[in-house]
Structure formats: C-alpha cells, structure tokens
Ligand binder design. Sequence first.
Ligand SMILES: [Mg+2]
Length: 295
Amino acid sequence: MSDVSWSALIGTAGAACSALSFLPQVLKVRRQGGRDLSTGMLALLLAGACFWFAYGMLNQATAVVAANTAVIILVSTVAAMKAVHHSRSSNRERRYRIAIDMDEVMADALAEHLRRYNAAYGTSLTPADVRGRHLEECIPPAHRAAAEAMLDASFFEDLEVFPDCQSVVRELAERYEVFVASAAMDVPCSFDAKYRWLRRHFPFIPPSHIVFCGDKSILDAHYLIDDRSRHFARFKGKPLLFSAPHNAAETAYPRVASWQEVRDHFAGRAAANHAAHSSRMDPPLTEIIPDIPQT
Ligand SMILES: [Mg+2]
C-alpha cells in the first residue's frame, strides 16, 4: 500500500473515532438526561463541526466532511435530548402543588383583631397575651360577640402582609403550582375583601389559584401551609404548621415559624430533588421527594 493510501486510511480512522466518540454520550443522555452537560460546550462543539464541514467541502476532503457530518448529527441529537429532558423535568416540578392559608399565614389578622379590640375596650392585649389560646378565650364573655363582629368585610381589606411572604411565595410560584386556600366560609362576608387583598399584594397569583372553601380536606395538593391544625386532620398531603400564638402548644405537626423558614424548607426539598435526579435514571417525582404522597 502506498504512503498516500496509508495516510488516508489513518486519517479516516481517526476522524471516525472522533465522530463516534459521541455515540456513548448519546446513550448516556438517553438514560440520565444530560443535566450536567454544558449547553455552551455543545454549542461550541456544533459550531466547530460546522466549520470543519465547510472546510472539508471547500478542500474536497471527504474524510473531514464525513466525520463532521456524523459529529453534527450526534451533537444535535444530544442537545435535543437534553432540551426535551429539561422540559419534562420542569413540567414534573410544576405539577408539585402547595396550598397556602391566608389569615395568620400570609396576612397578620391577629394584629388587626387586637388593634380593634384594644381600641374598643381600652385594653393593651398583645400577641404574647393570647399565646396558646384564641382571642375569644382571653376576653370577658360579654365582649365575645362584639369581638367576633369586628371581623366584618372591612377587617380583611388592610391586613399587614407577614415579612418575606411576598418574595417567598413569588419564588415558590415560579417553581411549583401555588394556591391560596382560605377557609373564607368562616366569615362569609370576607370574600370580596380577601380577593381584593390578594390581588393587591399577590398579583402574580392568578384568580384561578385562589380557593375560598370550608373544609380543606377537599384540597388536592402535596403541601398545606396553615396555622390551624384542624385543617390537617383529613388533608391527604403533607401538613406544615405556620406558627401563630394560638397554636404554640401544638406538637403533632412539623412547623415553620416564618417565611424564611418556609423558603429554607422548600430549598431543602429542591436540593434533595436535584441530588436524586443527578444520581438516578429519571425517577418519578414521588421517589425524588419521598414525603410527597402518591397522586
Ligand atoms: Mg389561618
């Protein structure tokens, strides 16, 4: 065999090996999703192969053209599979539902109730004074009807938003399906005011994700964040008790004391999700986050 033939054979073998080196990567991405593959690297690789392809065409270098045609096909396949897998993962996360109570979780209803009561009766009750009890248990029986009547429509118009609530709920809404679930039937005249309050302070939550209900066991969500443990009794998802003075003695449920703790709680879930996802073949959501119930 002549020197030219040997040279062409060696060149072709080298080009074939380089091109086919992406075949194992295609198989691995098919199994694991290619989450750790750099998109920038794939783009540069594809651009380089296109330039080499053009070079081969201009110089009639058949081996270069053939090898880079294979590279272009395989790298494009890897990039497409990575994109499809990313889209599916995002859809899985979006199906993860969190229901959030409104009063004493998002809105500081107790502060407004104490303010009205103190103004009406010249008292100076504070949240510490009602620790472990509801307000009606801490006031004279003769005042109870009037205190309950303070929960009129105007009561829910101007409640303070708890610190960090807006930013954390916005973050959660970007990653998951977030619903506001208020037992508004406790105060039927509150519907309009609550709706306006939510639209004013949480405009990024669509009206379709606002649920005014009575019995919260009707909710179909993975998590319910609520200050009243009675709503957890028949809820099928995971309860998360939001600390409030009245529930200070409750020990039956996992608890968060602030919206910062809510953020940390779900950040931990996301980290567990990512770790499991990186080490296993496309597991279902219920395996990635063990405490999410089967749906
Ligand atoms: Mg509440």
